[in-house]
Design a protein around this ligand. Structure first.
Ligand code: G
Ligand code: G
Ligand code: MN
Ligand code: NA
Length: 254
């Protein structure tokens, strides 16, 4: 069997699942709430990490179907929470650059919102720096379309890869997610602390809100709060969890 048929079957058999990892607001507790993270529960191989299957899906062109599926599942979950009288948390969804360059992800998101009757401020789209590197007009126009429709954009993994400060002024963004590799050292290493401090101050001057990723200790939180970081995500607060567990998590917060 090929990877393609494996994948297609897996989608049909509902082997994928969306996990949710809470995002905590340090300043404004009522905005960003969780990140959707895909999981593949393979019947023979067990849990396969998205770090493994997302690159595969990109390679064989199935990232589009997977992205569509993930978006629809998140919208369905949000509808379910609302129907149960729970608050409807804003969910951030990851995207791959290929969804912009080999497809029209903006059109798909707007169509999915119309189909479900959901409001655009329920979603945040996470994009990667590699997408901005391309500086293609189609990419720019899709990002503009999304933002004009009220969908907020977060730049994920900031500080890794092709990092360039010019992105921050050249593109209309809403959130900056500081990669966990910087957060890791902020307590022990004064240089790492200086880097996050500078990123947060710069982001604020550009009108962006900052999410710190990979917060694992109270000491890290204390540094980030002192630096006026807006949001945080990490094992210190909660690990990514299945929908049923996340629903209980929301219930406890009501
Ligand atoms: O959940 P975990 O930390 O294992 O995720 C590993 C990587 O997979 C992260 O870089 C994350 O952004 C990516 N990822 C998870 N879910 C999705 C998704 O739905 N779409 C895309 N494009 N990437 C995802
Ligand atoms: O690339 P992206 O930021 O979308 O990926 C998020 C990844 O980070 C997921 O795979 C998630 O499981 C992982 N993650 C979330 N919180 C923590 C944390 O506190 N520590 C570590 N090491 N990984 C985390
Ligand atoms: Mn992400
Ligand atoms: Na990241």
């Amino acid at each position: 069997r090929t990877v393609i048929s494996d994948f297609t079957l897996a989608l049909k058999r509902q082997e994928f699942e969306v996990y949710y990892q809470p995002i905590l607001g340090y300043g404004r507790p009522d905005e960003l709430k969780a990140e959707a993270l895909l999981r593949w529960k393979h019947p023979q191989k067990g849990m396969i990490s998205p770090a493994v299957f997302i690159p595969l899906a990109e390679e064989v062109g199935l990232i589009h179907a997977l992205g569509d599926w993930c978006l629809k599942r998140v919208l369905q979950d949000q509808q379910k929470w609302q129907a149960e009288g729970l608050p409807c948390p804003v969910i951030a969804i990851n995207t791959s650059a290929k969804q912009f360059t080999h497809d029209d992800v903006a059109r798909k998101w707007l169509q999915a919102l119309r189909d479900s009757g959901a409001s655009s401020d329920q979603l945040v789209m996470e994009i990667t720096e590699s997408l901005l590197l391309q500086r293609q007009t189609e990419v720019l126009s899709q990002l503009r379309t999304l933002r004009e429709a009220g969908i907020r954009i977060a730049l994920d993994d900031f500080g890794t890869g092709y990092s360039s400060l010019s992105y921050l002024s050249a593109f209309e963004l809403d959130y900056l997610k500081i990669d966990r590799s910087f957060v890791q050292g902020i307590v022990q290493n004064s240089k790492d602390e200086a880097v996050t401090d500078a990123i947060i101050a710069m982001a604020h001057k550009l009108g962006l809100e900052v999410v710190a990723e990979g917060v694992e200790t109270l000491e890290q939180e204390e540094v980030l709060r002192r630096q006026h970081c807006d949001f945080a995500q990490g094992y210190y607060y909660a690990r990514p969890m299945p929908e049923a567990q996340y629903r209980e998590f929301i219930q406890k917060q009501v």
